[in-house]
Design a protein around this ligand. Structure first.
Ligand SMILES: Nc1ncnc2c1ncn2[C@@H]1O[C@H](COP(=O)(O)OP(=O)(O)OP(=O)(O)O)[C@@H](O)[C@H]1O
Ligand SMILES: [Mg+2]
Length: 462
């Protein structure tokens, strides 16, 4: 397919100008022309040229006025002014009003081409810069570990020390303390940063699928294996693999994992060929691994191998001094994300948040701030905190939204009510157990896996 040519629109009442430029540059560029300002403006909005060459002196609408109109459009086009003799004052004025360049008439086509290339190149660089800036902005939101408390400063120091090494890092901490952010930072601060970051949640993938997911499989290895598929370890080649909830890895897989850690090689399920990978392994867990060792649900040799460096992330209530910073950070994040005007929090709200115990850690705080921004109401914080202290009752099996009232479908009505009740109960159980999901699952008498599934489904804590 032929590449689309760069479009250049010439707005000049003198037909010779566009004729000469078309002759000289028509092979390289797509040259369009308009005979006056009005027609020119219509063509700018219709054809979206990459560049406009605009005559200063024209009957009807003057060049400067056309320039102003182009520059006030949503996505302004770059403009080069064409000026005759004795128009120095207008040239200066047009540059002030946003023109990129000017060319004196009569001109040499070669000279025009050089100016065109210069402006297009500058524009390309500008767009690239804008793109990089926006990338940086989103990245810094997601990869910034906020906190100046002694505990956090120490964590940051260790991250910087070990990020660019091959040491296996084990990140420990309760749910919502920032384990995943730390894992991503270890990757982005290492020489592997341009390689992939592959996350595997060992608790969320059913046991019988986990091996195939991690190591891949050969065609025909089991029913349903219609074609060979590489696993996450292979995908993480030249990058980092993040094994989340490592404490939930089934025993039978732990020996295979150990082998990867020792030799950086393994076989796909049903395979006979040894596959080598070059990947950095980072693990995280919120489980009590010492207890798991005692209960023999985790292999001792694996535990020591994973444990080359351990980062223990502190509970949010152990670093309350970071709360105002985090509040500020999340407010900035969500006001920007939702395109709303930033409003500073009241000191009463910050104080309230600083004194709360945060069973769901930073994730729970982020969630509350998000709701404050979405609903533009700081009382959200108060409500959640009250609910946690048990002052508010959970919604009963009643219909609670206006749209539900319209529906008489028994299935629909009961369905929504059950979902609301389920969500409320799960939230209460999580609150009660300080977001220990294993204990919460026991309390609710459901399996750990189905609890994880429901937390995700109802976006609890998201
Ligand atoms: N120190 C921090 N600075 C900024 N944001 C943070 C910090 N800690 C956590 N967050 C935010 O809180 C949320 C939860 O963090 P993260 O997913 O890393 O927790 P986690 O420890 O992996 O939890 P889980 O065990 O439940 O998976 C994320 O949105 C993350 O961006
Ligand atoms: Mg996590």
């Amino acid at each position: 397919m032929e590449r689309e040519k760069v479009k250049i629109l010439i707005i000049d009442d003198d037909p010779k100008v566009s004729w000469i430029l078309n002759e000289g540059l028509g092979d390289t560029y797509d040259i369009l022309s308009a005979k006056d300002g009005l027609e020119g403006l219509q063509m700018v909005s219709k054809t979206r040229p990459n560049l406009v060459l605009l005559d200063i002196k024209m009957p009807g609408m003057e060049g400067l006025e056309v320039l102003d109109k182009i520059k006030s459009m949503d996505r302004p086009t770059e403009v080069i002014m064409l000026s005759g003799h004795g128009e120095t004052k207008n040239v200066v004025e047009s540059i002030k009003r946003g023109a990129s360049e000017f060319i004196n008439k009569p001109f040499d086509v070669k000279e025009v081409e050089i100016h065109i290339q210069g402006v297009l190149e500058k524009n390309r660089l500008k767009q690239e810069l804008d793109y990089l800036r926006s990338e940086l902005k989103t990245k810094s939101y997601y990869e910034e570990l906020i906190g100046d408390s002694p505990g956090m400063l120490q964590i940051k120091a260790v991250i910087e020390q070990v990020a660019d090494s091959e040491l296996t890092v084990l990140i420990r901490g309760e749910s919502g303390t920032g384990k995943e952010i730390v894992a991503r930072m270890l990757h982005s601060l290492s020489a592997r940063k341009s390689g992939p970051f592959i996350k595997v949640n060992c608790a969320a993938i059913p046991r019988e699928l986990l091996e195939a997911e991690l190591f891949g499989y050969e065609k025909g290895a089991f029913t349903g294996a219609h074609k060979t598929k590489p696993g996450r370890f292979e995908m993480a080649n030249k990058g980092t693999i993040f094994l989340d909830e490592i404490g939930d890895m089934p025993l039978e897989l732990q020996s295979k994992l150990l082998q990867v850690l020792e030799q950086y090689e393994f076989m796909r399920v049903g395979g006979i060929k040894t596959i080598k990978v070059d990947t950095r392994i980072v693990c995280a867990t919120n489980r009590d691994l010492e207890k798991a060792l005692k209960d023999r649900t985790i292999r001792e040799d694996l535990f020591y191998r994973l444990n080359e460096v351990t980062l223990n992330l502190p509970h949010l209530r152990e670093r309350r001094e970071d709360i105002p910073l985090l509040v500020e950070h999340f407010l900035q994040k969500y006001y920007t994300l939702y395109n709303k005007k930033y409003r500073p929090p009241s000191s009463a709200t910050v104080e309230l948040l600083q004194n709360f115990d945060w069973p769901g850690n930073v994730r729970q705080l982020e969630n509350i701030i998000k709701q404050i921004v979405v609903r533009e109401d700081e009382n959200v914080a108060l409500d959640t905190i009250k609910r946690h202290s048990g002052e508010l009752t959970s919604p009963s099996l009643s219909v609670n939204s206006a749209s539900d009232l319209k529906s008489f479908s028994l299935k629909k009505r009961v369905g929504t009510a059950v979902a609301a009740e389920e969500k409320a109960l799960i939230t209460q159980a999580l609150d009660k157990t300080n977001w220990n999901r294993r204990k919460a699952a026991q309390l609710l008498e459901i399996s750990y896996r189905s609890l994880l599934y429901k937390i995700k489904e109802y976006q609890i804590g998201e």
